[in-house]
Design a protein around this ligand. Structure first.
Ligand SMILES: Nc1ncnc2c1ncn2[C@@H]1O[C@H](COP(=O)(O)OP(=O)(O)OP(=O)(O)O)[C@@H](O)[C@H]1O
Length: 270
């Protein structure tokens, strides 16, 4: 059983501050209120599920955290730094990785190159250092390749490292997407619908992998997912959105039995 301390007595020297603090976020697209003031926290090493019916605002919230969307108002703090207004590459460099619902991979490129593409947002070489082929760039690339190969080994992808990713089964591509998000060693991983398109055995395997990686790296995970089996099996806590607002929050079992959640979400999914 995973034990995570979320709160301690006021004034205690052992206060565990949340790694991520989202507060009163608003985001509209024309007349559509995608996010209407929800807030949430994620502690270091904690796995939090973000659930809710279609159109509840889950992906919009991910996009605000990773800097893809600029919220109209509100605050998103990560390790004490305000993310709102920060460019995407700086957010990635602070230690936030993410996967996409529709895989963010380049199908014709080999697995290894797709994973290495995840490092370009987090390395510090910059345009001129790369153009001038400075030794520091060569060292960075060597280290990145070695890290990528270790990661591929840990995700059982070493055998397909040089295969074009588009030729691989969907379940394998999903693991490559996970590897791409993990290569920068994020402290927080945002995972968007990892179970989508997978068969039951693959979902359970993926659940084991996410839990193992979070434990090994003390990495926090915020996961958007409709598959309640996966949510129940990996999440320490669940946050429910509905119409862009926070509807409920609690342990997976409590949330699954909350009548408001059953009505808004589980009822429609049953
Ligand atoms: N780029 C955009 N332009 C216009 N409207 C958008 C955009 N992104 C999201 N929306 C709208 O914002 C609302 C929230 O969408 P969002 O994709 O965040 O929900 P979701 O909970 O992730 O849904 P799903 O479970 O279907 O992925 C929806 O009404 C959606 O149509």
């Amino acid at each position: 059983m995973r034990i995570i301390r979320l709160e301690t007595e006021p004034g205690s020297p052992l206060v565990l501050r949340p790694l991520l603090e989202v507060d009163d976020i608003h985001l509209s697209f024309g007349g559509v209120r995608a996010l209407d003031g929800p807030g949430l926290t994620v502690a270091p090493g904690e796995i939090v599920g973000l659930i809710g019916p279609n159109g509840a605002g889950k992906t919009s919230l991910f996009n605000c955290i990773s800097g893809l969307y600029a919220p109209d108002s509100g605050s998103i703090r990560f390790a004490g730094e305000e993310l709102v207004g920060m460019p995407r590459h700086r957010i990635a460099r602070l230690g936030i990785g993410r996967t996409f619902q529709n895989l963010g991979l380049i199908p014709r490129l080999p697995v290894l190159h797709n994973v290495l593409a995840g490092t370009y947002r987090t390395t510090r070489g910059g345009f001129w250092a790369t153009a001038l082929a400075l030794p520091q760039v060569a060292r960075d690339e060597e280290r990145a390749t070695s890290d990528a190969l270790k990661l591929l080994h840990s995700l059982d992808l070493l055998d397909v490292a040089l295969e074009p990713v588009g030729t691989l089964p969907f379940g394998t591509q999903k693991r490559v997407e996970l590897a791409r998000a993990l290569i920068g060693e994020p402290r927080l991983l945002l995972v968007d619908e990892p179970a989508n398109g997978l068969v039951h055995s693959e979902v359970m395997e993926l659940a084991d992998t996410i839990r193992r990686l979070a434990g090994e790296r003390n990495m926090a995970v915020l996961v958007v997912e409709h598959h309640m089996g996966l949510v129940r099996s990996i999440c320490d806590r669940v946050v429910v959105l509905d119409f862009g607002k926070l509807l409920a929050e609690g342990r997976p079992r409590e949330v699954a039995n909350d009548p408001r959640v059953v009505e808004a979400y589980l009822g429609t999914a049953a």
